[in-house]
Design a protein around this ligand. Structure first.
Ligand code: GLN
Ligand code: ZN
Length: 768
């Protein structure tokens, strides 16, 4: 049985690529040194895959920044504004497109970046104009294929398909649809494929992830036309068409009829589609590539379960027509479990990172082939044992948590009184001015602050010394906020490394890796926590810091927590129970913390949920179910407090049009959102919906060091006041300030407070 892989992590097992790129950008290493670092990573990755026994090894899955940007360069889709850089090397042009270019009197904006489907990976959005042209420009795919051939690798070039490439992009002017560009694009694709074939390629992998999305009839038709034409022009090159992250669904008929040689199925995200595909398999002669090993999560594959799936397919279409693979590119997995020295060994035996997943694919193929050896027998036995252990391990299963969850009542999801009642009580209690000012939680994480944590870890500071330093930073931040005249203060989050990791480290059921990095964008990597077991709060999470802060000011001190959906979304999540159950367990833990904060005298508590939107399923039909439990999880976390306690939430984006009713259903007393970059346009959804609760539309962009003037902020506030009831408006920045420096933060917040004051005067009432 043939095996292949769809893509391998390219940052290197020790994040070598990140380090090399950043050194190159800082001018510390030459381009040749960077190229050499990259070559080494590729060679290592290929050899790792070949040694593991993978049949067709992917090539061109390597990228210096992003695989979609690689396609734009390959296809010569380079926006006009980079014209002045045409004398530069392709690599410098490429980095300028990714990161912007501010040198030699030029100020070229970077291309936009957005999330890759429902992952935490971000790609660079192709930009299209009406007169867009394409031509063979980059040579990376050909160079890397040649490189792999020279090393004797059985190489399969990988590229993003023409239809998905267009759908991933954005029209930069009016008057055309991006799909209209297909006639100009297709000849270049054909040229690429012909060239690869001439170089000696037998198989290519074309990724068309849009086949997992809702498509129009027209879009489906374009798929058929494109692949028919490719087949006509490049008849002998074998194509495996890859789709992942969800079902083919109603695109299945289209996919099965495409004249390609193999079709890849993500059987982790969509196990049910195998039956549908097999039912139609007599219609075609396509090979089916079964994606049985999860490329998106870190759990060891369940061999017995996978073998059942594989055998079902073999019984129907025969071994010759079955390939095995991970469910999607392993780009989304951490690199190598062998580097984890500190993980609890019991937990470690349940896990597989990218390198281990390769062996899983190969072992499964051998087992499915009916091969027999002591080593295989042992592998199967170990796999069975690991899963048995996981099903019953006391590390995972906490009966108290399960009991509590099953005892949750409908009333636990609601505050005691409706918003109107709570609002009146809160206004009486807090006596805040109109346009109350606040911030989103974090203050600048200076090197000094970050070093405190590093020094604590290294044992250079005792816990007591560390805490004393954090206390000092909090008191300074309080004094400073009082001086500026902010109404609702924050403690500054100096004790937090990251808004999810911080809470995960304190909650039961979470594990952390030393080296489990996954690329997020460019050289930025994240190390998501692993939720392996029932989640519980067995110790204080934030009360210690929030109550300390409240004791040092007469003003309101806002407690600061991360919400259940965001914690879930930014972690590797267990696959032995529905996401919903894990979300509710986290929600109960956060609920306990919210109540504990209230008991400690904190009257305003913010529960951040920046990840609610990105958790939306790829298919519309699945949205309602997700939103139902996501909103309920938030409500469960927030509803344990009295009416007089004010719950805030925060989201750092702004597209709310299609989910506004669910945002309203979260029923936070106050929501703060990002709006400044769009000049408050994003408020539209809230206005049209007549959003009932209080709202703080961000009045300045925290993503840049630029300091907004009083007049600018007032201008935005006027816009907000025109469309929202003024008694519902809060004044705050777009997001937390941890990435900013104190210099600009201070001036910006002074201006923000001044703008609020001037608005109050204009309105003529100081208090409501
Ligand atoms: N409270 C967090 C902060 O201020 C919120 C961050 C976020 O929304 N991503 O940093
Ligand atoms: Zn934010």
């Amino acid at each position: 049985m043939q095996t292949h892989n769809l893509g391998y992590p390219r940052i290197g097992s020790q994040r070598e690529l990140k380090k090399a790129c950043e050194s190159y950008w800082a001018g510390k290493i030459s381009q040749n040194e960077l190229l050499e670092a990259a070559r080494k990573i590729r060679e290592q990755n290929w050899q790792t895959q070949q040694t593991a026994g993978i049949g067709w090894v992917p090539v061109n899955d390597f990228s210096f920044y992003d695989q979609v940007l690689d396609m734009s360069l390959l296809l010569g889709a380079i926006p006009e504004r980079y014209q002045p850089l045409q004398e530069k090397s392709n690599l410098d042009l490429y980095f300028a497109m990714a990161r912007g270019y501010q040198q030699e009197g030029l100020d070229l904006k970077a291309m936009e970046m957005t999330k890759w489907f429902d992952t935490n990976y971000h790609y660079i959005v192709p930009e299209f104009t009406k007169n867009q042209t394409f031509r063979l420009f980059g040579s990376k795919i050909f160079d890397e294929f040649a490189e792999a051939q020279q090393l004797g690798i059985q190489a399969k070039p990988v590229l993003i398909g023409a239809v998905s490439y267009l759908l991933l992009g954005k029209e930069k002017e009016e008057g055309f649809h991006k799909l209209d560009l297909i006639d100009k694009l297709l000849p270049v694709y054909i040229q690429i494929l012909q060239k690869l074939q001439a170089q000696g390629a037998t198989w290519v992998q074309i990724d068309e992830p849009y086949l997992a999305m809702d498509l129009t009839d027209r879009e489906r038709q374009v798929f058929s036309e494109v692949y028919t034409e490719i087949r006509k022009q490049v008849p002998d090159l074998k194509i495996v068409l890859a789709n992942y992250f969800d079902c083919y669904g109603d695109n299945l008929t289209t996919a099965l009829q495409l004249p390609v040689d193999a079709l890849h199925l993500d059987l982790v995200r969509c196990p049910s589609q195998l039956d549908d595909v097999l039912a139609h398999a007599h219609l075609s002669t396509q090979i089916l590539s079964l994606g049985v090993v999860d490329g998106r999560n870190i759990w060891k594959n369940d061999f017995e379960q996978s073998l059942q799936i594989i055998q079902k397919a073999v019984a129907k279409i025969g071994k010759q027509r079955v390939w095995l693979a991970p469910s999607c590119s392993l780009l989304h997995s951490p690199n190598d479990l062998d580097f984890e020295q500190k993980l609890n060994p019991e937990i470690k035996q349940w896990l597989a990172f990218a390198k281990q997943k390769l062996s899983e694919v190969v072992t499964l193929a051998q087992l499915a082939n009916g091969e027999n050896s002591p080593a295989l027998e042992k592998a199967l036995q170990e796999n069975r044992q690991a899963h048995q252990n996981r099903r019953s391990s006391p590390l995972i299963h906490n009966p108290k948590v399960k009991e509590r969850l099953s005892a949750v009542q409908e009333s636990d999801f609601s505050r005691k009184s409706p918003f109107a009642v709570r609002q009146r009580l809160q206004k009486e209690r807090f006596k805040l001015p109109l346009f109350p000012t606040t911030t989103i939680g974090s203050f600048p994480q200076t090197t000094d602050v970050r070093q405190l944590r590093a020094r604590l870890k290294k044992g250079e500071l005792t816990q007591a010394q560390y805490e004393a330093e954090i206390e000092k930073a909090i008191i300074e931040a309080i004094r400073w906020q009082e001086e500026v005249g902010i109404d609702v203060l924050v403690h500054g989050e100096f004790e937090r490394n990251d808004m999810v990791e911080y809470f995960g480290e304190l909650l039961d059921g979470f594990a952390f890796t030393e080296n489990g990095w996954v690329q997020s964008y460019g050289s930025r990597c994240v190390k998501p926590p692993i939720i392996f077991g029932d989640v519980a709060r067995s110790q204080d999470l934030s009360v210690r810091w929030s109550s300390f802060a409240q004791k040092h000011t007469q003003k309101l001190m806002k407690g600061m927590l991360t919400g259940p959906v965001t914690i879930l979304q930014w972690s590797f999540v267990r696959n032995d129970q529905p996401r919903r159950d894990t979300a509710f367990q986290i929600a109960l833990a956060i609920r306990d913390e919210v109540v504990a904060l209230e008991q400690a005298g904190i009257k305003v508590i913010q529960i951040d949920e920046p990840a609610i939107r990105e958790g939306l399923p790829l298919r519309r039909k699945d949205w309602a179910d997700y939103l139902e439990w996501a909103v309920k999880a938030f409500r469960l976390s927030a509803s344990g407090v009295a009416d007089q306690t004010q719950i805030h939430t925060h989201m750092c984006y702004s597209e709310f049009n299609d989910i506004i009713e669910h945002i309203a259903a979260m029923d936070a007393d106050v929501i703060t959102i990002e709006t400044s970059r769009s000049e408050m346009e994003l408020l539209e959804a809230f206005v049209d919906f007549k959003y009932p609760n209080e709202i703080g539309p961000g009045v300045y962009d925290i993503h840049s060091p630029r300091v907004p003037s009083v007049a600018e902020i007032k201008h935005l506030l006027h816009k907000a006041a025109e469309v929202l009831p003024i008694e519902n408006i809060w004044v705050n920045p777009d997001c937390g300030l941890k990435t900013r420096r104190w210099e600009e933060t201070k001036v910006a917040l002074q201006n923000m407070v001044q703008a609020a004051r001037e608005l109050r005067e204009e309105v003529g009432v100081e208090k409501v």
